[in-house]
Design a protein around this ligand. Structure first.
Ligand SMILES: Cc1cc2nc3c(=O)[nH]c(=O)nc-3n(C[C@H](O)[C@H](O)[C@H](O)COP(=O)(O)OP(=O)(O)OC[C@H]3O[C@@H](n4cnc5c(N)ncnc54)[C@H](O)[C@@H]3O)c2cc1C
Length: 314
């Protein structure tokens, strides 16, 4: 079976989700190829190769919006027996949807695992991650699966430099006429949320936007990234980029510190797989304590300043 992994450029490297999917694809055996969209470079080919891609098909769309071109090019490349993996990320999802429509095949989304046996199945978490459901493709392929970030750990193996095959830009006529005229990157301090090994997150229990400063101060002392619940993102206290959860980022740090967060299922979905969860909440019945390894029943306005003071005194 040929396994394709969609890989988008993320500021000069392959998106981390692509390296996670390549690691999984490598473990499934078969012929693993990456479909890379972006300018490309030797270091990108080497990262894709070491994570499992024997071949890289390279499409450089320049300033054109990449999804329509990528879907058209992939439609010409993939065959009926192939498995094509996309990440749960904006361009990946756009391409998966377009490819599904072009080829008239279904796409299974939000997978946390892939099982290849007599057929191909995607595994999904339901009921807040308490139950796993395996869905088998029964019709003809190619089989398209959208994978949730952090479902697999990206590990480079012994793979060498892949063969790089340039993919010509398809002629899409009017459908391909949209171009990118400007890029805006949200300025961020400290480690990236989705890759951080320590995360300090705040929720509505902080009481006001100004009090998120305590989260930032604690995070800076710990070299951590900052996260948030949707409640405070929706209230405009912090930007959406910080949201952890079902409709935000899925994170898997070594330590996750939840401050004034109730532990709604939609938040838990995004952080419950953290190695150690520490929760501070004044309500001892708060659901967050159900997943916490260490729980502090207390007022964040008293606990956090003490914690910050203790760390500063070190
Ligand atoms: C379709 C859908 C998708 C969603 N996606 C997400 C998502 O991706 N991420 C997400 O986070 N949510 C998501 N939500 C929202 C989610 O259901 C909750 O509303 C949200 O997570 C609650 O945020 P919170 O814990 O900050 O606020 P609350 O639920 O209001 O909890 C505040 C907590 O702070 C505690 N507290 C209050 N004062 C203090 C204090 N002084 N000291 C200590 N503790 C205190 C309270 O006891 C309470 O437990 C989604 C909802 C829907 C319907």
């Amino acid at each position: 079976m040929k396994i394709w992994v969609f890989a988008e450029d993320a500021g000069g490297s392959p998106a981390s989700i692509a390296l996670e999917m390549l690691t999984k694809a490598r473990s499934l055996g078969g012929d693993v190829a990456a479909f890379f969209v972006g300018p490309g470079s030797d270091s990108i080919w080497s990262a894709l190769g070491s994570h499992g891609a024997a071949t890289v098909h390279h499409l450089d769309p320049g300033n054109a919006l990449p999804s329509a071109a990528a879907a058209a090019a992939l439609a010409d490349l993939v065959g009926a027996g192939d498995l094509v993996l996309f990440g749960l990320a904006p361009t990946d999802r756009d391409v998966a949807g377009r490819l599904s429509a072009r080829l008239g095949v279904p796409v299974l989304s939000n997978a946390v695992d892939i099982v290849v046996g007599d057929g191909v199945s995607a595994v999904n978490e339901i009921l807040g991650g308490t139950t796993l459901v395996e869905t088998l493709f029964t019709g003809g392929g190619p089989h398209l699966v959208v994978v949730r970030p952090k479902s697999f750990v990206a590990e480079s193996g012994s793979g060498g430099t892949p063969e790089v095959i340039a993919v010509p830009m398809p002629d899409l006529g009017h459908a391909g006429s949209a171009t990118i005229v400007e890029r805006h990157e949200e300025p961020a301090q400290g480690p990236k949320l989705s890759e951080a090994s320590v995360i300090v997150s705040g929720g509505r229990g902080l009481g006001s936007a100004e009090k998120f400063g305590m989260i930032e101060e604690l995070a800076s002392l710990l070299g951590a990234a900052t996260g948030a619940t949707r409640a405070i993102v929706d209230s405009g206290w912090v930007p959406y980029a910080m949201q952890v959860g079902q409709t935000g980022k899925i994170v898997k740090p070594t330590v996750y510190i939840a401050c004034g967060i109730s532990g709604a299922m939609q938040h838990l979905v995004g952080m419950k797989d953290s190695t150690t969860i520490i929760a501070i909440n004044k309500d001892e019945e708060a659901p967050i304590f159900g997943v916490a390894d260490l729980g502090i029943v207390g007022d964040v306005h008293k606990v956090l300043p003490k914690l910050i003071e203790a760390l500063k005194a070190k």
